[in-house]
Write a protein that binds this ligand. Structure first.
Ligand code: HEM
Length: 430
């Protein structure tokens, strides 16, 4: 099993981990009985039970410690010196090479800093608003013209791919966005296949290098387009010119940005739409509130809190330490449950309720805090808000089709199965 970026579980056995057999059962009775399947299908009751009795628990099926308490989660995410991402077991690191995602400290800063200015709120708003608004409207218009459709695959997924591909300047290679989606998903699947092969213990060197060769060729092509059009500079050209990263490091970080954006953004948008369509009463309150923009952004955050698209992130202990009263030795795998932390009743009142107006909503951890806080969070928010806006524009002629929809599932990624709506037509007016 790997996390969203392909981190593998700990292989440290019999040291500071739960131990084995009866000893584990005795120390972590709840954790010992937790199954991966439960965490995948219906995690929230399990996470509540763990948090109340074993907030740092050894889960034998995951071969990791699982942290479900908000304060402990925050402590771990901020403390890269004791809880690092820099570990050889991280399969995505093996496939894509060293990047911001697999480094900490000064090295992490060196990888991330050149990209940071392009992902700040102002830069994202300026560079991406026109495209994402246009694309979201286009996709929802198409769905409406067909009388309805499935919003995850027909809206959230294409929006996710085109947004990040366009932001990286890849649309300069392929302006037709249907073909662009096809190409980008091809590269993406190549990388995923290499990560999965490695995770399964297969030799993935050929597939891994094929995947990265493709990414390198793409980056070279984008860089090559700089010469013939002086007016348009893309992020990649500017980062390459800053010369703080080698060509190979630039390629690795581009792969991580693509890899980090595609599935998560699709899930974030689809989950938000699902929450809204299954809580029409909250939408009516929001639409009548006189501040639709504020309602949309709060509803998106509340959806992220309830079902963070990336529900688990991994860290590795760098030294012997104590966390939440549990002693760990160096080199253990610790999974932080963002889904668990986001429903901690000590921080969020009535944590299982969809309540966009709740106080303290901004404390959710869906994008992580600390040095690895999501680089793309503003871009992700922008596209989801635009998608929601387009759906709300048609709200009174749109109807949710529950028997062709399916709620969120997934251990590491939490993504709805389907969000089907009909739009227009007889009997659809609310
Ligand atoms: C435009 C879309 C996105 C882009 C470009 C993007 C990119 C990235 C990158 C490059 C990182 C690594 C940062 C670092 O290690 O310093 C990251 C981290 C992260 N992203 Fe995103 N991301 C996007 C959307 C999302 C979404 C929608 C979610 C979930 C709702 C998400 C959740 C996370 C989390 C939880 C981490 C931290 C991983 C860890 O600490 O191990 N991202 N993102």
């Amino acid at each position: 099993m790997t996390d969203e970026f392909g981190r593998e579980p700990s292989s440290v056995a019999g040291k500071g981990n739960g131990g084995s057999g009866d000893a584990v059962l005795e120390r972590f009775p709840l954790g010992s009985s937790v199954t991966t399947e439960e965490l995948r299908i219906h995690p929230h009751p399990v996470l509540h039970r763990l948090r109340s009795r074993e907030p740092v628990s050894w889960i034998p099926e995951l071969q990791r410690w699982l942290v479900t308490d908000w304060s402990l989660a925050l402590e771990i995410l901020r403390d890269w010196q004791r809880f690092t991402v820099d570990d050889a077991r991280f399969t995505t690191g093996q496939v894509v090479g060293p990047s911001m995602l697999s480094s900490d400290g000064a090295e992490h800063g060196r990888h991330r800093r050149p990209f940071d200015p392009y992902f700040k709120l102002g830069a994202v708003t300026e560079r991406a608003t026109t495209t994402t608004t246009w694309l979201a409207r286009q996709l929802v218009d198409d769905i409406e013209s067909r009388g309805g459709g499935e919003l995850r695959t027909e809206l959230a997924a294409p929006l996710a791919v085109v947004t990040i591909a366009g932001y990286l300047g890849l649309d300069r290679l392929e302006p037709d966005w249907n073909r662009l989606i096809h190409q980008v998903l091809g590269w993406y699947q190549h990388i995923v296949a290499a990560v999965e092969a490695l995770t399964a213990g297969e030799s993935a060197s050929l597939r891994a290098s094929e995947a990265m060769d493709q990414m390198a060729a793409v980056v070279d092509l984008v860089l090559g387009t700089g010469d013939d059009d002086q007016d348009i500079t893309t992020m990649l050209i500017e980062v390459a010119e800053s010369a703080t990263l080698s060509r190979a490091e630039l390629v690795s970080n581009v792969a991580v940005i693509l890899f980090g954006a595609i599935e998560t953004s699709e899930a974030m948008t689809a989950n938000a739409l699902w929450h809204l369509l299954t809580h029409p009463e909250a939408v009516e309150v929001g639409l009548n509130s006189g501040n639709r923009g504020r309602f949309i952004s709060r509803a998106v955050e509340e959806s992220l809190r309830l079902e963070p698209a990336a529900a688990l992130v991994d860290r590795y202990t760098t030294q012997d330490l104590t966390i939440g009263g549990i002693e760990l030795v160096a080199g253990e795998a610790v999974a932080v449950s963002l889904a668990g932390a986001n429903r901690d009743p000590a921080v969020f009142e009535e944590p299982d309720r969809f309540h966009p107006g709740r106080p303290g909503l901004e404390r959710h951890l869906a994008f992580v805090r600390g040095p690895h806080a999501c680089l793309g969070l503003h871009l992700a928010r922008l596209q989801t808000r635009h998608a929601v806006e387009q759906v709300l524009d048609r709200w009174h002629r749109m109807r949710f089709v529950p028997n062709r929809s399916a709620g969120p599932s997934g251990l590491v990624f939490r993504k709805v199965g389907a969000v089907t709506v009909s739009v227009g037509g007889a009997g659809v007016e609310r």
